[in-house]
Design a protein around this ligand. Structure first.
Ligand code: F6R
Length: 609
């Protein structure tokens, strides 16, 4: 959470900082601010509460001069989102922006108070500025003062610092939160992610854990956690910048839902080799799943639900026991890791703090650490033995959509490879299943062409206060994902349940005010779902049944709202049924007028625990 940007340039920094912050707004958007060193050497700043446009408006009337600057878009952790608590935080000659949490800030604040330094905000970040300014007051040069400051901090952070009187200096540090350094022509940049720097440069170095970077226009010196001058690799990005364009859609989320056929096609093609007769799954070539007695799958939020689906797939097809957990629980419960276990971490951003911490727990214990990520340069990817990219393309909307289906596609292919390694599936069956998977993008494309009935149902849904999503088997995690999607962007309370659990409690909630969405493709569990449907209809629930033609026909006219889905290979239904639940959430949110792409209190990349 929180986006950081820094520029040591040759042009006025303020407009460039604001433009770059727009590309980081997905990390937090409750307030923002920038600071520059003006030509006479003093530091000035502008900060505003709310979205970045508020800061932009302020800068029209109160412009900020200077060619070196830092900027920040905030997701509040300490102190409410007001202007006082917005970054950059200044103290004496120092200005700081920070992403992360300084865990010992209260203790440090107390020490600083005793030394006569008075905090003016509720934030942990201000402590960094105060500490550094104290060291400068004691006679230390900025670099030395910054080093001494970092030694006193515990917690996780990415930091950028400016110093009054120093127009050619910026100091950055990484410990737990990502930072990338960008190289320009006699200019240098800093960003929480490389994509924010893309319009300025494609030449990037990622800082590593414990790194301290001293930037001047001429270049950067990077020191590792032991203080040794180190050389970190330079990478050249090959992405374009036009993914920040909504391409005629009203929201990024809508665009990303509709991008799924193309994203899936890319994801699938990148792991299938078509040259031979049959299908060759081209992933984890060096790993033989025959030698893997157990798999653990760890993730957070939507990515966790993708793992949940994969558990059903892997256990059924490859016959390997699978344990799944959410990162925040796994990291603290100290689970024993059985010898030979493959530990797999799924994350769109590759930066989720809890998933990363869980990964680090498994290093040295699991046989292999595999990550399934959308950002191949992310911390989770860099700390894994093997990386499977999902190739979804940048996902800007805070609610995950195309990343979910692409995670599912890669997890499914991995399952097939595991089943193949363990001789649990015949070559003919593999070829048939892969061919079904390959035809999915075109099926989904067709499906997305006619979503009117979903819009009508969503508009009705948007007036509800509570919604239940029910599913069995592979549809259970999809029901969980449906409830998450709806609550996060439409703010309607919703729960996902295994339909079989209904009688064990949730049925008490049912009356005519609670819409119930039932995900029930016509498979071996269909009849059981229909029984549950009758039970809730008998209690006056307003049911929407999502099923295929055959399923809807056999359910009959008792159900008023229906969403017809194309018929596919039963194993692949999660990739198909993900679409209507995304669309239901999207259209409900649009109907309620919420901020679809940047829902309240959320951020795209959760880099704090
Ligand atoms: C929900 C959503 C979140 C993320 C979760 C994990 O729509 O986007 O629940 O799935 O924060 O994020 P990643 O996948 O980046 O680790």
């Amino acid at each position: 959470m929180c986006g950081i940007i820094g520029i040591l340039g040759n042009h006025e920094a303020a407009p460039i900082l604001v433009e770059a912050l727009k590309r980081l707004e997905y990390r937090g958007y409750d307030s923002s601010g920038i600071a520059t060193v003006e030509s006479e050497g003093s530091i000035d700043r502008r900060r505003a509460v709310g979205k970045l446009v508020e800061l932009q408006d302020k800068l029209v009337f109160q412009p900020l001069k200077g060619k070196v600057g830092i900027g920040h878009t905030r997701w509040a952790t300490h102190g409410e989102p007001n202007e006082e608590n917005a970054h950059p935080h200044n103290s004496g000659a120092v200005s700081v922006v920070h992403n992360g949490i300084i865990e010992n800030f209260l203790e440090l604040r107390h020490e600083l108070r005793c030394d006569g330094y008075k905090p003016e905000t509720d934030t942990d970040t201000e402590t960094i500025a105060m500490l550094c300014s104290k060291f400068i007051d004691e006679g230390h040069e900025p670099i030395d003062a910054a080093r001494k400051t970092l030694l006193k901090l515990s917690g996780s952070f990415a930091i950028a610092m400016l110093f009054a009187g120093h127009e050619n200096l910026m100091i950055a540090a990484r410990s737990g939160s990502p930072l990338a350094v960008g190289y320009g022509k006699n200019e240098m940049y800093l960003g929480s992610d490389a994509l924010a720097l893309l319009p300025m440069t494609k030449k990037i170095t990622y800082l590593e854990e414990g790194d301290l970077a001293i930037l001047a226009r001429e270049g950067v010196d990077i020191y590792d956690h032991l203080g040794n001058l180190v050389s970190r690799p330079i990478k050249y990005l090959n992405q374009s910048t036009n993914f920040y364009d909504k391409s005629g859609f009203n929201h990024f989320m809508e665009k990303e839902i509709y991008e799924q056929p193309v994203a899936l096609e890319t994801a699938i093609k990148s792991y299938i080799c078509d040259k031979n007769v049959g299908a060759k799954i081209n992933l984890l070539k060096e790993l033989n799943f025959k030698e893997i007695p157990k798999i653990i799958l760890i993730a957070c939020g939507t990515a966790y639900y993708a793992c949940y689906v994969a558990k059903y797939w892997i256990e059924k097809l490859a016959k390997i026991p699978v344990e799944i957990d959410i990162g925040s629980e796994f990291r603290y419960r100290e689970p024993p890791i059985e010898k030979g276990t493959a530990a797999i971490f799924v994350s769109q951003s590759g930066e989720t703090a809890d998933t990363l911490a869980a990964l680090r727990y498994c290093v040295g214990k699991a046989k292999i650490i595999i990550s399934i990520v959308n950002v191949s340069t992310s911390s989770i990817a860099r700390e894994s033995d093997q990386v499977l990219e999902i190739h979804a393309g940048p996902e800007i909307g805070v609610a995950s959509t195309k990343a979910f289906t692409c995670q599912l596609a890669v997890l499914f292919l991995m399952t097939l490879k595991a089943a193949q390694d363990r001789s649990e599936i015949s070559e003919i069956n593999i070829a048939k299943t892969v061919s079904d998977l390959k035809s999915l993008p075109s099926t989904l494309n067709q499906y997305l062409g006619s979503t009117n009935s979903i819009q009508d149902i969503a508009y009705k849904l948007s007036t509800a206060s509570d919604v239940l999503f029910l599913g069995r088997g592979l549809m259970y995690p999809v029901a969980l994902e449906g409830a998450l999607k709806l609550k996060e962007i439409s703010y309607i309370h919703s729960e996902g349940y295994a339909a079989g659990e209904l009688k064990h409690g949730p049925i008490a909630l049912i009356d005519d005010s609670v819409p119930v969405i039932i995900l029930a493709p016509c498979d071996e569990l269909f009849e059981k779902n229909i029984s549950n449907m009758h039970e809730v209809i008998a209690r006056k629930a307003n049911v929407t049944l999502i099923s295929d033609k055959e399923g809807l026909q056999s359910a009959g006219s008792i159900v008023k709202n229906t969403i017809e889905m194309p018929r596919t290979n039963k194993l692949l239904t999660p990739l198909v049924y993900a679409l209507p639940i995304q669309l239901l959430a999207y259209f409900s949110a649009v109907s309620k007028g919420t901020d679809v792409d940047q829902p309240r209190n959320l951020a795209k990349s959760v880099t704090v625990e």
